[in-house]
Write a protein that binds this ligand. Structure first.
Ligand code: HEM
Length: 441
């Protein structure tokens, strides 16, 4: 049993400096605005991708072991390795890695993400049932789509009544109102405190096990989530969990915070997609064409869904997918030890090769035999395999419907970032700083 190729001390240090630290500094569980701004200014994600490419060209086809004093850690460098790791989850590549368990302990210690064995199966099944994972159109779409429509109306009215400017604070407040309604029902619309409480816990979770847990905030948050489930309106996601006690192996109250938390990423993805469309008039025209011919009431908008997929391809909201081996694993050129961390740095795969730096929704629409679909060549914004994001279709449904409503009667001129069809798109796009001037179409 030969060990896997190992990076030298200098290359390990350069990886930490160029890839790991800037990504961790931006905040794995909740984004830190200042770190995001610095990353944007210095285009740090582009530098990170370049570092990964250098490692790939220097070492034999990995996975590559880093030379760290405190833990065993491997880096995935090739799409075939990526697909193997994702397909062979949770055994031997457990998604319940130590740093994820440390992070989730702050607000959802029994979430599916950090569960193993029979518990994981029960929790995954509950998630798939509630999120209607295998349906492109969630069975409760009739409840969700009017919510999106109403909150988008209110958002446009607020932007118009004020300065004609749509910025992140305005957008995210409206998005979270929609999310609380979709998760619990209309009564939760204005429960900003719940979102704020979770934000506080997520800030601690950014430090994983390095930060002590705020047990009283967590207990109060948990109490409110349970109350939200018990009072969930028919047609809301949480209504699926009503009557299921927390003692059940599926641990319902620990599954819901993931929804509230992960919809944040969906909002970021939608806002960036809006920026892409604002900066690419040809693609915006195609979106409007799709909307004009839509007979599905916003349920089936493949082009706008592809725009959101492009947003998360270009700027993945989960830039690091983490696993940990439950036993030694054989690879073509060596053995990965047990309890070894496995890191997939997603932007490296998304920005390597075809269409790397341009906005091309067509990539997601031309799934012919020649090109295959992007996920088959390592573009995995929602991950893949048995732990693939169970909310993928719901995210695409809600964000495409939101974009359709926003673009229906208004145009959005991007006043902040310099995005253009004539230039490579930046490696980092700071969503906090995006600003649009809204005017009637
Ligand atoms: C742009 C939005 C989103 C993106 C890009 C995204 C992406 C991801 C990724 C990459 C994972 C990790 C999978 C892995 O470890 O292999 C994940 C897991 C998960 N996501 Fe999402 N997600 C999004 C939104 C959502 C939403 C809105 C929900 C629920 C309403 C959701 C529910 C989950 C759950 C429950 C898991 C854990 C799955 C498991 O461990 O089996 N996600 N997501």
């Amino acid at each position: 049993m030969s060990p896997l190729p190992q990076a030298g001390i200098r290359d390990t240090a350069l990886f930490m400096l160029d890839v790991f630290l800037p990504t961790a500094a931006k905040g794995p569980l909740i984004r830190r605005p200042r770190a995001e701004a610095v990353a944007d200014r210095l285009d740090l994600d582009r530098r990170a991708v370049a570092r990964m490419q250098k490692l790939d060209s220097k070492y034999p086809a990995g996975p590559l072991l880093l030379r760290l004093p405190f833990r065993k850690q491997a880096l995935i460098l090739r799409p075939d390795q990526l697909h193997r790791v994702l397909a062979e989850t949770p055994e031997p590549f457990s998604s319940a890695s130590s740093e994820k368990r440390g992070a989730m302990a702050h607000f959802e210690p029994r979430n599916v993400l950090v569960s193993t064995g029979a518990d994981r199966s029960a929790r995954r099944a509950l998630q798939e049932q509630a999120l209607d994972t295998s349906s492109p159109v969630h069975r409760m779409a009739d409840s969700f789509l009017p919510v999106i429509e109403e909150e988008a109306d209110a958002l446009l009215a607020a932007a118009g009544a004020d300065t004609g400017i749509l910025d992140w604070p305005l957008f995210t407040a409206a998005w979270h109102r929609a999310v609380r309604r979709v998760v619990f029902g209309d009564a939760a619309r204005d429960d900003v405190e719940l979102t704020d409480m979770l934000a506080r816990l997520r800030k601690d979770a950014n430090w994983s096990g390095l930060k002590p847990r705020r047990d009283n905030v967590r207990a109060e948050f948990r109490r409110r989530v349970r109350a939200g489930i018990d009072a969930a309106a028919p047609g809301s996601l949480a209504s699926v969990l009503r009557g299921k006690p927390d003692a059940d192996p599926s641990a319902p109250s620990d599954q819901v915070p993931q929804w509230l938390f992960a919809f944040d990423a969906a909002g970021i993805a939608a806002f960036r997609a809006l920026a892409l469309l604002a900066a690419h008039p040809d693609q915006a025209a195609k979106a409007r064409q799709e909307m004009a011919g839509d007979t599905s009431g916003g349920r089936n908008l493949p082009f706008l869904r592809a725009c959101v997929l492009e947003s998360v391809r270009l700027w993945p909201t989960t830039p690091m997918v983490l696993r940990q081996t439950s036993r030694p694993v054989e690879w073509d050129n060596g053995t990965m030890p047990a309890r070894c961390g496995v890191l997939v740095y997603v932007p490296y795969f998304h920005r390597d090769g075809r269409q790397a730096d341009s906005f091309d929704p067509g990539l997601w629409l031309q799934q012919d035999a020649m090109s295959g679909d992007p996920e088959s060549w390592g573009v995995v914004p929602f991950s893949d395999g048995p732990a693939r994001c169970p909310g993928r279709q719901l995210v695409l449904l809600m964000t495409s419907a939101l974009l359709a409503r926003l673009l229906r009667e208004d145009t959005f001129a991007l006043e902040s970032a310099r995005l253009s069809p004539d230039r490579p798109l930046p490696g980092t796009l700071n969503h906090f700083a995006l600003r649009f001037r809204v005017s009637p179409a």
